[in-house]
Design a binder for this molecule. Structure first.
Ligand code: 15L
Length: 267
């Protein structure tokens, strides 16, 4: 376990709940926070404080003495700009200011939607490397791109270490065809976050957070820097997942259905 406590934002969300249980199990001292009450029995060694990411003072207080901040809080799906702004943009700033004060490392739950308008590779086409251009597929994806760039800036300017996890689709199992490419198992997520915190040095890193899927869209990234490799694969679920959806925009781009929300391009 890490020497110092670890702060987890978004602790009441799907991934937060899973991480809280799994990391507490390994003996980690966790400080949990979320705007929603924590829905499970509190894991041993963990404390919970209800707070809003818009409240920077609260975040600074919670981060006191922490060696890492796992930032899984904020809006996690496409929403109107005004709803994304507070939690995802202002909240991110509060997380980074707290990390700067503490000399803590930030592990940011970014998303494939920061690059969602890259086309899916066909056949044996080259997979996309993590240094590709941002191509956000909505206000949510744009907030994730902003978060990755904020990490870039805080590393270059203040030496705040940060690892940006471009999470594909982290669910108990893949449930559609796209997820045969994008799925991340809970086990691989847990092992990834462990390495993010325990690795000696990270600098500013970007990692494709998906399992070892043969159909993955994604190629090179900074995983060797922290010593992580996924162990699971979506492929065994291929017979179970449904056929492709009818919408051509959804099928064309890596971000899937998010790219088609309010899509109005004509050329
Ligand atoms: C995300 O970023 C969302 O948080 C999640 O709910 C899924 O939609 C996932 O991306 C995905 O692309 O499958």
């Amino acid at each position: 376990a890490p020497h110092k406590p670890v702060l987890l934002t978004g602790a009441s969300g799907n991934l937060g709940r899973h991480l809280a249980a799994a990391l507490a199990q390994q003996g980690w001292r966790l400080r949990l926070t979320d705007i929603m009450p924590f829905p499970d029995p509190l894991p041993s060694g963990a404390s919970f404080v209800k707070s809003d990411l818009n409240d920077g003072v609260a975040l600074i207080r919670q981060a006191e003495g922490c060696g890492a901040i796992l930032h899984f809080g904020g809006v996690s799906v496409e929403k109107p700009f005004e709803e994304v702004l507070g939690p995802n943009l202002r909240g991110l700033y509060h997380v980074y200011e707290a990390a700067r004060r503490e000399g803590a490392r930030v592990v940011f739950a970014s998303s494939n939607h920061s690059i969602g308008f890259h086309e899916r590779p066909s056949g044996n086409a080259e997979r996309l490397d993590a240094d590709c251009a941002f191509r956000p597929d909505g206000y949510y994806g744009l907030s994730k791109a902003y978060g990755e760039l904020m990490g870039r800036m805080y590393w270059d300017k203040h030496g705040v270490e940060n690892i940006n996890l471009r999470i594909g689709s982290c669910f108990p199992k893949p449930i559609d065809r796209r997820m045969l490419s994008t799925w991340l198992s809970y086990g691989d997520l847990t092992r990834l976050v462990e390495r993010c915190v325990l690795a000696e040095r990270s600098g500013h890193a970007v990692i494709w957070a998906c399992s070892d899927n043969p159909a993955s869209y994604w190629g090179r990234d900074h995983r060797e820097r922290i010593g992580w490799a996924p162990q699971d694969s979506a492929e065994p679920w291929r017979p179970e997942v449904g056929s492709i959806t009818a919408d051509p925009v959804t099928e064309r781009y890596q971000g899937g259905g998010y790219t088609a929300i309010e899509y109005s391009r004509r050329t």
